[in-house]
Design a protein around this ligand. Structure first.
Ligand code: ATP
Length: 300
């Protein structure tokens, strides 16, 4: 993927409060132009609010936001924003929704007709009211509305949520094509496989950006993983992993080895031979990377 030195978005010291609740606190974000940037973080970390400040839907209480070299309001017609669950009008059919949105944005195209096919949204479904759609169908409709606008910058809030694996692959290939056409994409996700298409990942925690960079470089800094097969283990390995935490991942639990700890030392604390075999070392995955930067690594 091409990486450019120019910035499509620059946000510095952004603060956003709702009453006493501080949602963004001195948040910084740099989005390289002509690239895919992924924002990851736990529920409630402030990702949607940050995107909303970038697109001008919300005004920060403090800080500077520059989008395509201008204020978000000035750049409004040069970006397309998908807020999850916030676009589709339930009483209109899918087709009526798409025609409605195509009439709103000055740079809308009729490419939604191809995008609904590409995302495999059933043509018959287009003539049904959106209130009868599943979550995944609604997401496909919102993506078709957002991506059929021809702009330099796309801001997408959880585009892959509720999509099946095949559709996520198709979405990835669509986003790659956008970047090949010179566009910039910023999107949020909880889905580790989304890191595959990003050249830049930023982790958000408690309204602050806590780590950012090339996903492979971030992955290289994640400590080695201690993996436990199965959900039950008679014996305690928690003292060998950071914060004493093991994260469930399918049929296994995974934690990050403490400095100086080894899997062999952890095994020795387990009395039963067969249980010892359930403990092993593993290389970190993108799912581990998410847990490490948002739940384990201390930033004080
Ligand atoms: N209009 C609002 N008034 C008050 N608090 C709000 C408002 N909108 C969001 N919040 C709060 O801001 C915090 C951040 O919300 P946000 O939706 O940005 O999180 P998120 O990182 O996108 O989470 P998720 O991954 O669950 O979508 C949450 O604690 C939320 O309750």
């Amino acid at each position: 993927m091409r990486v450019s030195d120019a910035l499509a978005v620059s946000a510095t010291g952004v603060r956003k409060t709702f009453g006493d609740a501080v949602v963004l606190d001195d948040a910084d974000l740099r989005v390289p132009a002509n690239d895919v940037t992924l924002l990851m973080g736990p529920n409630g970390a402030g990702k949607t609010i940050l995107l909303s400040c970038l697109c001008g839907a919300l005004s920060p209480d403090d800080g500077d936001v520059e989008v395509l070299g201008r204020s978000p309001t000035e750049a409004r017609t040069d970006l397309s924003f998908m807020i999850q669950g916030g676009l589709a009008l339930p009483d209109l059919t899918g087709r009526e929704n798409l025609e409605f949105y195509a009439g709103l944005h000055p740079r809308a195209t009729d490419e939604w007709r191809d995008i609904v096919d590409w995302l495999d949204l059933d043509r018959d479904a287009l003539d049904k009211p959106v209130r009868d759609y599943s979550g995944g169908m609604t997401r496909k409709l919102e993506l078709a509305a957002t991506l059929s606008v021809d702009v330099p910058l796309y801001l997408l809030d959880e585009p892959s949520a509720e999509l099946d694996m095949t559709t996520i692959d198709r979405l990835h290939s669509y986003l790659r094509d956008l970047v090949d056409d010179g566009k910039t994409v910023v999107f949020t996700s909880h889905e580790p496989m989304d890191a595959d298409i990003a050249s830049h990942v930023a982790f958000v925690q408690h309204g602050e950006r806590v780590a950012a960079g090339d996903p492979d470089a971030l992955l290289a800094d994640v400590p080695r993983v201690l993996r436990v097969d199965g959900r039950r283990l008679v014996g305690d390995v928690s003292e060998f992993v950071r914060d004493g935490r093991l994260f469930e991942d399918g049929q296994e639990r995974r934690g990050f080895l403490q400095d100086g700890a080894t899997v062999d030392l952890a095994k020795r604390t387990i009395p039963d031979d067969s249980n010892r075999e359930k403990v092993a070392a593993a290389d970190p995955t993108y799912a581990d990377m998410f847990n490490y930067y948002t739940r384990v690594r201390s930033w004080d």
